[in-house]
Ligand binder design. Sequence first.
Ligand code: SF4
Ligand code: SF4
Length: 364
Amino acid sequence: MTLDHQERGLALDLALTARCPLRCRFCTVEKRPGDELPAEEWRRVLAAFAAVRRIRRISLEGGEPLLRPDIAPIAGAGLACADRVKIVTGGGVPFETLPEGLARNPRLTLEVSVDGPRDRHDYLRDASFEAAWAFIDAARAQGAKLRLRSVLSTFNIGVLDEWLDAVDRHLAHLPSPVGYRFDTLIAPEALEPLGGPHRRHPLRGYPSAGRVPPPEEVVALYERLRTRRFRRLRFEQTEPFRGCGAGRLPLVSFDPAGRFSFCCEAPRSFGAIREVSAAAVLAILDAQMSALPCRSCAHFTAARCDGCWTGQKCGMVGAWNLPGCRALLDAAGGRTGAGDNRCRPGHPAIPPNAGRQVESHPGT
Ligand code: SF4
Ligand code: SF4
C-alpha cells in the first residue's frame, strides 16, 4: 500500500559542512570541524533515494556550502536526481567560486541571506553586507536564479518593509523576478532535545530570549508582504512562521557526516547514512509521517501552517512558552475554534521541562 505522503515525494536537506567564513550572531551551526561526506558518497546517497522515491527538492546548506571545493559535482548529482536544487549561502564567498555555467541552470536557485539595511545586516551577519550584495549583483549579472532570505528578529522586523522597497528599486532593472522569503529567528534551546536517539552535529546556542519577534508581528509582516506589489521582488512564502513544510513534503535532513533527522534544526539523529540504506531511512520517515497530525489540522487545511515534524515551528512554540503549535497559530490570530491547542499526539515527545527554559519576553 502506498501511503499518501509517499506519493508527495521527498525533500532532502544536506548540510555539507559546518565551516563558514562568517560568524553571524544568530547562526545555529556550531563551527566545529568534523567529518564531511565527499562528493562521490553524496552522489551515491542521492541516487539511492531517487531510485525509490521522487526527490522534489534538494537544499545544499552549511555552514557555507560554497566552501566545499567539490560543490559542483554535488550540485550536479542533485540536479540529476531531483526536480530542483537550492544552494543556501551567506554570500561570504565570492560568486566566482561557483563553477562556470552551474548557476545558470534553471532548476538551481541560489538563496542568499540578507537581514536588512547595512547597519542591521552588518550587526547580525558579521559585517558581510558588502560581500553579500557583491555576490547578489554578480549572480544576477550571470543570469542566476536568485532568492533573498532574511531571518526575522526584534533587531530587524521593524525596518524590513522600508528596506524591501529599497531592494526592489535596486533590482528594478533586472529582466526577471528575484524571490524573497523570511524565517523567524530560531530558539535553539527549544530544539536541543529533539530528534532521534543519537547525537549529530551540535546546535550552537545563543541567548534568544527577548529576540524572537511576537507571533502577531510576524503574521502582520507576512500579510503585508503577501499583498504588496513589488516590481522585481517576488514574495515566495506560503506560511507566516518558519518551517520546512513537513506536512506538505516529508523531509530528511543530513548533517555533514550524513547523520539524519527529519528536522533540519534538531541536533539529534536516527542514524548515519553510512550505516543504513536509503530504504531503511525511508521506513523510519514513513512511520514518523504516518503519525504526524498536521494534515488533519485546521491550520493546515486553512493554509496557515505547512506543518512541522517537531511541532515546535523552529522554536517559536518554546520561545513564547506556548503549550503547542496550534496555540502559536491561535496566538497569531488564526483561531480554529477547535478548542484543544496543546501539542497534538504525533509530534515527537519533548522531555519534561526541555525547551521551556526560555525566559518569558518582556511584556508578555
Ligand atoms: S522545527 Fe519543525 S518546521 Fe522547523 S525545521 Fe524542524 S520540523 Fe521543520
Ligand atoms: S499548527 Fe501544528 S499540527 Fe497544525 S499544521 Fe501546524 S505544525 Fe501541524
